[in-house]
Design a binder for this molecule. Structure first.
Ligand code: GDP
Ligand code: GDP
Length: 458
């Protein structure tokens, strides 16, 4: 069984054009299939050797009444529920519009796996949108032109690990018994609910010990749970209960091997990591205690932060360290100095070889995930903000008094906040940092990227 890709986005961005391109001429409409409404087109997509099901949520162009938004929302939600991954398309010529933010919000709430695509990306006009699109908080957009067939290679690169993970999961799943679904209910979702495993990527330089670590995690659980079919070491990701929690671990070392098998150019571990980071919730940056915080480590950690992932730093090969106390102090100092953007992120020492520290690593991952998902109520935030403003009022550049009126959390994963303020452009970075650090401390959100947006309100 192949994986399912849903193409979502507001009307006219080019969803059908991409759908037609992926599905090709012999478009298989399967309207009568359970769960597919007439608004959702489904077809067999192919991209080189990849095979998958594509759902196109277009078909709303004609609707112009007030209920358009509501219908769009329901349709998109339905598509998301049916899909393993969503391609969220925006129009690179039009820029990021408020309607796009609505879609981004739906996708976030649904915890969807999202690939952001800026379509109509041919030509210079698209450049600004590519940058702007980062503000959607859905990672780096793929620049594409559905009409001219550009960007499909990049799309394929992103889909491949998903396809692999899907195949592996299908192989590992026990055969299902038939379930009587009972009465036919038009609106009831017919999608089996699956417990979503926590998605982890282990990234780091070659030889940091990524394979050893993942093997150890898999191996230890095997002793507890007995041998299981379907876990192969070449896999791009493995799903595994770890301490009773279902987790999916993206293995960048495995990706490299796979790339070699396919006789592709061996990529830098940073670009392998990049792909894994995109689909992870928590990124474990694995350092080698002998050469910690190398350039490559810093780049990937920074990338994870910019992509808005929860980050845990693990220092491996701790068994080889004699002077553990001094070393730990030194590591903490380097961490603060070299990765200030990850302030408060957990630093865990482990030995992948002996398994020492893996329980602490698991706890740190769970906690980071928790913080990343944290939501603070608006009432709490506003009470807090008043205190912060009193303690240290915003500056008055050129005599302009900056007034901050209202604060609310607009999303989680990672937590993002909006402050309604006068003269948002005049607020210095240092003041934003004061607020972000305050949020971090007072609401106990160490280590997670926190986004703070200032919006103009007179
Ligand atoms: P949908 O409503 O999202 O399904 O959008 P359509 O696929 O119907 O496309 C809307 C319009 O955008 C059509 O006129 C397409 O020809 C055009 N279009 C689609 N992809 C591209 C592209 O890559 N570049 C340009 N310039 N136009 C495109
Ligand atoms: P990868 O390239 O990041 O996947 O690294 P590997 O897992 O292949 O490990 C690289 C080397 O480091 C191997 O020789 C491992 O045996 C060794 N190694 C990995 N973890 C540890 C550890 O915790 N302690 C020690 N002493 N060696 C380790």
């Amino acid at each position: 069984m192949s994986f399912t890709l849903a193409i979502v986005g507001r009307p006219n961005v080019g969803k059908s054009t991409l759908f037609n391109r992926l599905v090709g001429k012999k478009l298989a409409l399967v309207d009568d299939q359970p769960g597919v409404t007439r608004d959702l087109r489904e077809g067999e997509g192919r991209l080189a050797d990849l095979r998958f099901t594509v759902i196109d949520s277009a078909g709303l162009e004609e609707a112009t009444d007030d209920s358009l938004q509501g219908r769009m929302r329901r349709l998109t939600e339905r598509a998301v529920e049916m899909a393993d991954v969503c391609l969220f398309m925006i129009d690179a010529r039009a820029g990021v519009l408020p309607a796009d933010e609505v879609f981004a919000d739906i996708l976030r709430k649904k915890n969807a796996n999202v690939i952001l695509a800026a379509n109509k990306g041919e030509g210079r006009a698209a450049d600004a949108t590519i940058l702007e699109a980062f503000s959607l908080g859905l990672g780096e957009p793929i620049r594409m032109s559905a009409e001219h067939g550009e960007g499909l290679g990049e799309l394929m690169d992103v889909l491949r690990p998903i396809s692999d993970a899907h195949e592996e999961r299908a192989a590992a799943d026990a055969p299902e018994t038939d379930v009587d679904v009972g009465e036919d209910d038009e609106d009831a979702p017919r999608i089996p609910t699956r417990a979503k495993p926590l998605q982890i990527a282990v990234v780091g330089r070659p030889n940091a010990g990524k394979s050893t670590l993942i093997n150890k995690i898999i191996g230890e659980e095997r002793l507890l749970t007995g041998p299981e079919a379907g876990i192969t070491r070449d896999a791009i990701s493995v799903q595994q209960d770890w301490g009773g929690v279902p987790m999916r671990i993206f293995d960048t070392a495995g990706m490299r091997k796979k790339a070699k098998v396919q006789e592709k150019l061996e990529k830098l571990s940073v670009s392998d990591g990049l792909r894994a980071v995109k689909f992870a919730e928590v990124v474990v940056v694995l350092l080698d205690v002998e050469i910690p915080f190398e350039q490559q480590d810093l780049r990937i950690a920074d990338l994870a932060e910019r992509e808005g992932r929860a980050v845990v730093v693990a220092v491996n090969k701790w068994d080889t360290e004699d002077d553990k106390q001094d070393k730990l102090k030194e590591l903490k100092q380097s961490f603060e100095r070299l990765l200030p953007q990850l302030r408060g992120a957990p630093l865990v020492t482990v030995s992948a070889k002996t398994g020492k520290g893996l329980d602490r690593l698991q706890q740190a991952i769970m906690r980071a995930h928790d913080v990343w998902n944290r939501r603070v109520t608006t009432a709490h935030l506003n009470r807090w903000m008043i205190g912060m403003l009193e303690q240290h009022p915003p500056p008055a550049p050129g005599g302009k008094r900056i007034k901050m009126r209202y604060m609310t959390q607009v999303k989680t994963r990672p937590p993002a906040f909006v402050v309604m303020t006068s003269h948002p452009d005049a607020v210095p970075e240092s003041y934003k940092r004061y607020l972000v650090n305050g949020l971090r401390e007072d609401f106990d959100m160490p280590g997670t990227p926190i986004r703070l947006y200032l919006r103009d309100q007179g």
